[in-house]
Design a protein around this ligand. Structure first.
Ligand code: FPP
Length: 243
């Protein structure tokens, strides 16, 4: 995006991305699906850093859903290795003070993830907590409905011990008990790979999001594609139910 374009638009504050199409990308090249995920992880690095350069405040990347455990064990293991490698690399950047100002946050269930990944995530969250350029939500072992169930359980617990009056529960109370508590809802949700669905991504938070779909497979997604999605979004007329 040119400086001129950048100065003439209001950027979305929060962008969510469903990183889809890794498997097809690999199959079309006669490669193992895990190679597609590897290329997908590189696209994630590229788009995450570029989003921060543009001045996006929050980006959420859907990396592994609560349903993805149904994939063949070999593929799940390959994806977990990519998480491990990336978390290691990001922790190293923090240690060397070479971070780009990214604050990392897991949105998803810790329970069920391998313990070494949880501990790498905990370290990264802790060490990047004061970073201000962009918040990166990693949606790993994430499901939108699961997140709502999680919030209901929290609220029910609070109601049981008298901290919350069930008749006074508001939308804000629910939002405050989601993994994204304190964050703005996504303005723009991007799904590449020619699929037109949310697949359990940010079920609560997407109520008024704008959607951008494209046939590009995630490993091929470039910074120009992100520019295109943002510029399209800027021409949308968001009314939030008003006129
Ligand atoms: C969906 O494509 C992609 C996934 C289930 C995994 C996403 C993981 C990454 C991009 C890599 C790691 C990310 C980080 C944060 C380092 P698919 O396999 O469903 O593609 P298909 O629909 O073409 O089969």
């Amino acid at each position: 995006m040119t400086q001129e374009q950048l100065s003439s638009i209001i950027l979305p504050k929060h962008i969510g991305i469903i990183m889809d199409g890794n498997g097809r990308w690999a199959t079309r090249r006669g490669l193992e699906r895990s190679e597609g995920h590897k290329a997908g992880a590189n696209a994630f690095r590229r788009i995450c850093d570029y989003g921060a350069d543009l001045g996006i405040e929050y980006m959420t990347f859907y990396a592994f859903s609560t349903e993805n455990w149904r994939r063949p064990p070999k593929e799940v293991a390959a994806i977990m290795k990519l998480f491990r490698d990336y978390l290691e690399e990001a922790n190293e950047r923090e240690k060397e003070n070479e971070s780009r100002g990214l604050r990392f946050h897991l949105i998803g269930e810790r329970k069920g993830l391998p313990s070494d990944i949880i501990s790498r995530l905990d370290t990264l969250e802790k060490n990047s907590a004061d970073k201000k350029v962009m918040t990166v939500n990693l949606a790993i072992n994430y499901g939108g409905r699961d997140e709502i169930v999680h919030a209901f359980r929290e609220l029910a617990r609070k109601a049981k011990n008298g901290a919350v009056n069930p008749d006074k529960i508001t939308e804000e109370d629910i939002a405050d008990n989601l993994f994204t508590a304190g964050q703005p809802d996504p303005d723009l949700i991007i799904r590449p790979s020619g699929e037109y669905r949310l697949s359990n991504f940010m079920t609560w938070q997407s109520a008024y999001s704008e959607f951008w779909f494209s046939d590009i497979l995630w490993p091929d997604f470039t910074t120009d594609d992100l520019d295109r999605a943002i510029l399209d979004y800027c021409h949308r007329n968001r009314r939030f139910g008003g006129v």
